[in-house]
Ligand binder design. Structure first.
Ligand SMILES: [Zn+2]
Length: 359
């Protein structure tokens, strides 16, 4: 079977970004980290040639003094030769060189699981995992199964959402970078623009790159600038490159992944979308706050739906109550001879009419 996610010689990409994203995704599927080895520009400024490699390419320079404090990891380079070479072809990029073999073990599933950090697994599911584990099922497979279940739940949720809104797809949806949720969203609402909640993004940044944020480090500030600070794409690209170089994090898998999703969080890309200036899940957070204790971010999905139902129930009840009162009570008019007031009183609910009459 043809695998369209696998690089092939003569494959053509519209842009450098497309080619890079393809390599990042391929690395994620096969199980290796990626890095750009070089990009050469021609006189007109467009890319003439470039080469993407495995993050285990080359051998680390032993004399890099500050290495340990920035990247507290053991030696990882193996001089791996896997690579993807591209060159310019009429403004596009064509693959002219692809080496598939790695000289090290690929951590396919393990890596993927470590990357998808936002897996939602409840206590019950953890118990199920233990049981399955006892039964001799591989833990990885069990996690996959759980993950699929969560994904299906999201799919169901989004479908119900559309049903409730007469199949009207929202223009913009913000999520917290949950893999399963993203996948379900793309499937159920392909037309919706998917933004990432900047607050959650920051939290993840702290989680993955916390070591760069201690003391007087300005990583967070620079990162935030990439989120909000750049009006146009070129400035953003420049800012991003500077950030990676400044903190020596070109190889950081999380940042590489964030970069492939820049359309979902960088202001220069977001400004084209309809979001009324929102950049986060603030609306839902404020609904959440309507119930005491709802602000707990560790809430599992079952509890979430239970509470979500409660809020909905309360709102529906209030609406019914208003409806009832509107039918039951005839509002007192300030001026009983005013036909306008009388007409309006039949149109508005008593509460709204009161506001109208006072105004
Ligand atoms: Zn490799």
């Amino acid at each position: 079977m043809e695998e369209d996610w696998k690089p092939k010689v003569d494959m053509i990409f519209d842009s450098f970004e497309d080619a890079w994203k393809f390599w990042v995704d391929y690395g994620g599927k096969v199980g290796f980290g990626v890095r750009k080895q070089y990009t050469h520009h021609n006189k007109s400024g467009s890319i003439a040639t470039c080469r993407f490699v495995c993050c285990k390419e080359g051998l680390r320079k032993p004399d890099k003094r500050d290495y340990k404090t920035i990247n507290a990891r053991p030696e990882t380079k193996t001089g791996c030769k896997a690579r993807l070479g591209l060159k310019n072809l009429c403004g596009k990029l064509i693959v002219h060189d692809f080496i598939e073999e790695h000289n090290h073990i690929l951590h396919l599933q393990e890596t993927t699981h470590m990357l998808s950090s936002q897996r939602k697994v409840s206590e019950v599911q953890c118990h199920q995992i233990d049981v399955a584990d006892d039964a001799g099922l591989q833990q990885r497979k069990t996690f996959d199964l759980m993950s699929k279940q969560v994904g299906d739940s999201f799919k169901w949720l989004f479908e119900k959402f559309l049903e409730a809104h007469k199949q009207k797809t929202p223009q913009t949806v913000f999520t917290n970078q949950d893999q399963a949720m993203m996948k379900a969203l793309a499937e159920v609402m392909p037309g919706a623009y998917h933004g990432l909640c900047t607050w959650h993004l920051m939290q993840n940044g702290i989680k993955y790159l916390g070591n760069l944020m201690k003391g007087k480090s300005h990583f967070l500030t620079d990162f935030q600038k990439c989120m909000y600070g750049y009006e146009d794409e070129e400035k953003f690209e420049e800012g991003w490159r500077t950030l990676l170089a400044k903190f020596d994090v070109e190889e950081n898998a999380w940042l590489q992944r964030m970069y492939t999703m820049k359309e979902k969080w960088a202001y220069c890309h977001m400004k084209k979308t309809f979001s009324l200036g929102m950049r986060s899940t603030q609306i839902s957070e404020s609904v959440n706050a309507e119930i005491k204790g709802f602000t707990n971010v560790n809430l599992d999905i079952i509890k979430f739906f239970k509470r979500f139902e409660d809020v909905g129930e309360e709102k529906r009840y209030n609406e019914l109550k208003c409806e009832y009162e509107a039918r039951q009570k005839i509002p007192k008019l300030k001026n009983i001879y005013s036909n306008i007031l009388k007409q309006v009183s039949e149109l508005y609910t008593p509460t709204i009419f009161d506001i109208f009459q006072k105004g």
